[in-house]
Design a protein. Sequence first.
Length: 756
Amino acid sequence: MVTEGPWLDGLTSAQRAAVVHPAAPLLVLAGPGSGKTRVITRRIAHLVAQGAAPWSILALTFTNKAAGEMKERVHSLLGAELAGARGLQVSTFHSFCATLLRRYGSSPAAAASDGTPLAPGFSIFDTDDARDAAKRAIAAAGFDSKNWPAAIVLSRISDAKNKLLDAAAYAAEAGDFTSRSLAKIYRAYEAELAKCNAVDFDDLLLRVARLVRQDASVREELQQRYRHVLIDEYQDTNHAQFVIAGAIAQSHGSLTVVGDPDQSIYAWRGADITNILDFEQHFPGAGVIPLGQNFRSTAHIVAVADGLIRHNTRRKHKDLTTELEAGAMPQVIRALDERHEARVVVDEMVRQHEAGVPWKGMAALYRMNALSRVIEDELRRRSIPYVVVRGTAFYERREIKDALAYLRTLANPSDEVALRRIINVPTRGIGATTIARADALAAAHGLGFEAALAATDGLTARARKAIDGFLANVAQWRADLMQGAPHEVDDEDLPQMLGGMLGGYVARVLTESGFEAAAGEGSADAEEAAERRANVAELVTAASEFRMPAQEPGAPRPQLVDVLRAFLERVALVADSDAFDPEAGAVTLMSLHAAKGLEFPFVAVIACEEGILPHSRVQADPAQLEEERRLLFVGITRAERQLMLSSAAMRTLRGIREATMESQFIEELPADRVARRDLAGGSRGGSIDPDAPSWEPDPDERQGWKAGMRVRHRQFGMGQIEAVLRQGSVTTLRVAFRTVGVKSLVAEYARLEIVG
């Protein structure tokens, strides 16, 4: 047994205990900045050093970046020879499930509830594709999309799939009119997917969960193959992922999960916090190792985060500590309104930049994406570079989605959603009338859309010629997909060779189809047209740089069609945080949800107000309120050196300007660890910035407001004015309310009623 090695160097005692833990169930409670990725990668390296075959190890996480980083670290620790250049399975859950479905999709357990099997070339529908399929399903089920919006229908179907209910199972449980109606739509939606040989994101997990539950031979094969299972961010797993991991690890028990219930913030998309809270019940005798030492954030920031999260009850406690210096106190800012808030935040960014923090080391985080606009305006006004991270922006551009639809049509002949998208892109004379006739023929004779296009008669000569020419090109492009790399190419050079083949193929399709030349058509100006053409060229580059995942020893050499399908799969499964570029050289603006896993020297969390953070819809639900608190906890712990939490006394939302209340979470922060500045009406505690706006009592207490007046507020109730303050033309009233304490309100908007 190997007891020492570079994978054990520099570990704390708790980290080392987790790395060398026996091959048995283990829960690692990893607090923010505690080195959880280090623990996972070192444990993988330790397992290999102990003699575990690389191909027997399965490590699962939630983003491509995290998976890539984990694999790189393992290889750097052990070297490619020992770690195994091929075979080590480190991937996202969805990517792993897609791989399994391409291998075992013919199993009845992986089929749709009506028994339709899944062919290996299936497409993975993104949100837009799923919405198009849902709209067709709503109509096919006999319902009006005005009463049944596709987005709401898909949300309900997603909830059902997260509970492992396919269309048939959901229909069996439907007890009221709404559920029975949705069951009909769900069946029609499943039929649309089956017709296209496609799955949505939830299907990847649902079908694999059903596969490992119902197909004993597949389950046993996976158990024999993957003798060690490691899962990162376990607090984010849903029920399907819990079932999959548990089934694979059931026979040997070597299951290591790393996570933090205090960072569980995805319940809205199916994450089940009980998976980590009840781990010891699910796996009796499991070891539990807490990692509470934070290597990222200074002491004040760690203390603020710890003080906040202790207010939650659904958690596994661990002491959060750090050996770093105390650092600067986190700032808690109360601004006049959202524009004043933006100025204060950007002023601080400028100060940080002058002190040596690069723009890329700063981030502004928020609960809702709409809140970024005012910060963007201020950054633009000050000529400060910034980037807004809102998911996979490049792959959501119209010209890119069109280009990908060409490739999906070629990789999966059944993908009607993709074919419909590009049948007349660029314009080739195949209009709505032609498509309607093809649809009618398909419905009458049970044909697929492509076959119906080929057989439709009564068309104009131009339409007939356009269809025949297009379908002939498609047939030729599909035939060319069957080529493979030359056999004389060494395995080491094969990934690069295949990437070059894919890039050349994509370039050829986009050129011969006329798409590349027409990509700029319909643009507002020449600059936009050039940008669209550049985007198409960038897609060709992305295809050229794509590298096939390592194949298992003995697997047949891939053909070009395999590479294309793998590329499309990678594009479809890219995650929000995968869009973040740490080297962008710009201030990052992003949602709190998207920020998890990232870190910055300076972080500002804006709009810490009641109704925003926590969100207005959670007030009546203690569980959801705790998740909102965890969300702020995640935001706080993204900061390494400097932290600002801001709110505005007045904010315009949905066109309505209203007074706000500071978030209840702010009051839960340890008062001796934060520096508070009330720029909307005086200061409270902590240090005062000498450059902050100066506030003086209004000498003539104009507009009739006077200290001592009793007033009533429609939201805060009865109170008494303590002071009347003025800055320029703005009068602010400091009011002591009976129920909510002292609030500073802008008089013009406060809507106070004088009662005495």
